[in-house]
Design a protein around this ligand. Structure first.
Ligand code: NCD
Length: 303
């Protein structure tokens, strides 16, 4: 049974597969059969960084299972603004809620929270480090699109230096056989050494080249808020822009994923193509987070 979800490394391959199966069961279940499973459970969403999808999908998932949510969506609204330590905030909230979903701009905070919390911590993103629930919903989306994860060829484009969704996803993909990854980024935003360990990778700076022969393009936003120097961001902010014309001739099976939000890296005309999977991906986020809550909190699904 999982007790916290801090990094995708906390899950064995068997646990990942079991969460993917459970998500599939959640999706095919009648919603009315699930809506009392977590009745009386309280989720706290502590978001020290902006979010739309992650926070609202955690809250929607809990509501669909019959639980309730308390929380805050910006640090300024919490007592950390008065100088309370992060650990004290977690200690306190873990005496109110049954599970905490946390997002924080600093790497390692989710792990620190787990050390002082009495209840499971689910990492909703810690700095540029990890975003394990996003990875699980990405895997679920890929599995739905292709029926498998093994053997896929995946181009990952954009900000490979600062994207926690990429860092998490690569760790998960390395568990599956035969996956080929093409890393597409400008030089200044290359993936740090070691983060694609266990994967067959190639690198390019060209998006057009990255697309060639790939099953999936996983596009990412340039992470403006993580740049120490705003001028460096200005240099790369518009480096890639995928539009429908670039996708002419791509095979039927090809899909574009994006954790969202997008800023300019995918033109709206891509939404109208059969390749766009990013809004389905967001929808899958609720399903996957339901599965995660069931695994963490419902003894019938644990193990
Ligand atoms: C991502 C994040 O917060 O890391 N968003 C999300 O959770 N879907 C990606 C991003 O902000 O670019």
């Amino acid at each position: 049974m999982i007790s916290h979800l801090i990094s995708i490394d906390d899950l064995s391959k068997a646990e990942i597969l079991s969460l993917l199966d459970l998500a599939q069961r959640v999706e095919s279940a009648d919603r009315r059969d699930l809506f009392r499973r977590l009745e009386g459970v309280i989720l706290a969403t502590l978001f020290f960084e902006p979010s739309t999808r992650t926070r609202l999908s955690f809250e929607t998932a809990m509501a669909r299972l019959g639980g309730r949510t308390v929380g805050f969506s910006e640090a300024a609204a919490s007592s950390t603004a008065k100088g309370e330590s992060f650990s004290d905030t977690i200690r306190t909230v873990s005496r109110y809620a049954d599970v905490i979903a946390l997002r924080h701009p600093l790497e390692g905070t989710a792990r620190r929270a787990a050390e002082v919390s009495r209840v499971p911590i689910v990492n909703g993103g810690d700095g540029a480090n990890q975003h394990p629930t996003q990875t699980l919903l990405d895997l679920y989306t890929l599995k739905k699109c292709f029926g498998r994860l093994e053997g896929l060829s995946i181009a990952i484009a954009g900000d490979l230096k600062y994207s926690r969704t990429v860092h998490s996803l690569l760790k998960a993909l390395a568990r599956f056989d035969g996956i080929r990854v093409r890393l597409v980024s400008p030089k200044s935003l290359r993936l740090a050494d070691g983060l694609a360990r266990g994967l067959e990778t190639e690198e390019t700076e060209s998006l057009a080249e990255g697309l060639r022969g790939t099953d999936v393009l996983y596009m990412t936003r340039i992470q403006r808020e993580r740049f120490p120097d705003p001028l460096e961001y200005e240099k790369v902010k518009n480096v890639y822009r995928l539009d429908a014309a670039m996708l002419k001739g791509m095979p039927e099976r090809f899909r574009v994923l994006h954790p969202l939000p997008r800023v300019g890296e995918i033109a709206p005309d891509v939404d109208e193509t059969r390749f766009a999977a990013y809004f389905d991906q967001a929808e899958n986020g609720v399903i996957m987070r339901e599965a995660i809550f069931l695994k963490l909190l419902d003894p019938a699904f644990a193990g």
